[in-house]
Design a protein around this ligand. Structure first.
Ligand code: SF4
Ligand code: SF4
Length: 247
């Protein structure tokens, strides 16, 4: 017991002061991309052709963050001429079409729903459904329960049973085999309920887009309230979106 207390004092207080204090992510982190509108059409077309995710609309010079896996190819081959990635991790949106961006995103706070804040602002219980995810999105959601992020201090928890949940958080490209389980889990959550799509896979099929084995995005199956892009989204991207949308 004494050893535990000693260890506790030695460790100090490890929980982040975010969101009261901003957090700076490392230089190598790729967040919201700025798409440079003055880039030549030729370079924009080259980037569109090189994008493994078909996330680039070269003609309108914009990127679909719902498909982008933040691989950095477009920035690298254009030497930053087409796009450069900022360290802004605030990427969540309330609508799928808000994820088409040239460097700005609509304010999530302004698109949040008041009745959700009233219902879930003090307590939000979520059931996570991994619908054939690679486990990276899932791992970066799990991280939110660690002492550094300490999600529970905001009244948000992940629960085991959908019957105890206020909504579902879906990761993965929703394979044919997982579709039934996902829909049954959604049905088991009592109304009113929320649906959150985390990661490129659940938003658009991600790297598996186009395969007959996966869906084209959660939005085709369920009414999605919150989209959190990334591959995987950084834990701070998830945390920012949850706090902004529900608090
Ligand atoms: S960073 Fe995104 S938009 Fe750019 S090439 Fe990779 S997937 Fe495509
Ligand atoms: S979005 Fe990326 S990290 Fe998340 S499940 Fe799909 S492949 Fe894995």
């Amino acid at each position: 017991m004494l050893r535990t207390l000693k260890n506790r004092f030695e460790q100090g207080y490890r929980t982040s002061a975010y969101p009261k204090t901003p957090i700076e992510l490392p230089q190598r982190y790729r967040g919201l991309p700025k798409v440079h509108q003055k880039v030549s059409q030729e370079v924009a077309d080259q980037c569109e052709a090189a994008c493994p995710q078909k996330a680039i609309d070269g003609k309108n010079k914009r990127i679909d963050l719902g498909r982008c896996v933040f691989c950095g190819t477009c920035e690298r081959i254009s030497n930053g001429g087409f796009a450069s990635f900022s360290r802004s991790f605030e990427l969540g949106t309330a609508q799928r079409d808000h994820l088409f961006t040239n460097g700005t995103l609509p304010s999530l706070a302004e698109n949040a729903k008041d009745h959700f804040k009233k219902l879930f602002g003090r307590s939000l219980q979520l059931r996570q459904v991994s619908a054939a995810g690679c486990n990276a999105c899932e791992a970066d959601l799990n991280v939110l329960a660690t002492p550094f992020f300490d999600l529970a201090r905001f009244g948000i928890n992940f629960v085991a049973s959908p019957r105890h949940a206020d909504g579902i958080v879906v990761t993965g490209p929703i394979s044919r085999n997982m579709k039934k389980a996902l829909l049954e889990t959604f049905d088991a959550v009592p109304s009113p309920k929320v649906v959150i799509a985390v990661g490129a896979c659940s938003i658009s099929g991600g790297p598996f887009h186009g395969s007959p084995e996966v869906s084209e995005g959660l939005g085709d199956l369920l009414p999605v309230d919150l989209f959190i892009p990334g591959c995987p989204p950084h834990p701070l991207t998830n945390l920012h979106a949850l706090l902004t949308f529900f608090k």
